[in-house]
Design a protein around this ligand. Sequence first.
Ligand code: SAH
Length: 222
Amino acid sequence: MGLLQDMERKQLVDLLRKQGISDEKVLNAMGRVSREFFVIEELRRYAYDNVALPIEGNQTISQPFTVAFMTQLLNVNPGDKVLEIGTGSGYQTAVLCELGAKVHSVERISSLYQKAGKTLASLGYDAKLKLGDGTLGWKEHQPYDGIIVTAGAPQVPDALIRQLSPGGRLIIPVGTSASQEVHLVTRDPSQNFEDEPEVSVKKYNYFRFVPLIGEEGWKDGD
Ligand code: SAH
């Protein structure tokens, strides 16, 4: 937007670096996305604070540190096909686009799906968006090199593991509705896509996300 935002964005990136984000590709990508366009207008002055902020539909745009942490774990290379579950504001989608990924993103709330589509298009980001239940993935475009879920799940949805390419990575917060650990699920690279998936799992820290609601997530009203 303006000089003030440019300065605040640089300060945020410096803060993320101090907080332990070391992947320069991720830091640079976040340094290029204008987060002010992804937050609601009344909260624009807080766009570069390292906090989650409310968006429409009783949801949140994730805290920048969380976006950086999860994106770093995803380890995106240019040209990778990535699936995001929980488009929300579209901010994480834009960061993935900046990393050169072919981004597919699913959102269950229609107003967020519509608004994120407009925001991303107005900023020139080219992502494929879908309205629906992301706990089932997006089978049409499988397999994915990376899948990132930006809402907290009760368990890892089987459908998402099945849409990973061999060697692919799934990043997903799993836990109770109050707190979740971020799981990095990596599919065995020596397999063929058609094989029964073998995975290894690493778990990181505690975070708090809005719930993943759907067939393989929490039930609406849980
Ligand atoms: N990546 C977003 C985070 C938004 S919060 C951002 O940067 O703004 C998580 C989002 O996940 C919410 O918008 C919520 O509606 C969505 N969500 C929850 N369950 C879902 C599901 N089963 N399928 C798709 N989206 C879901």
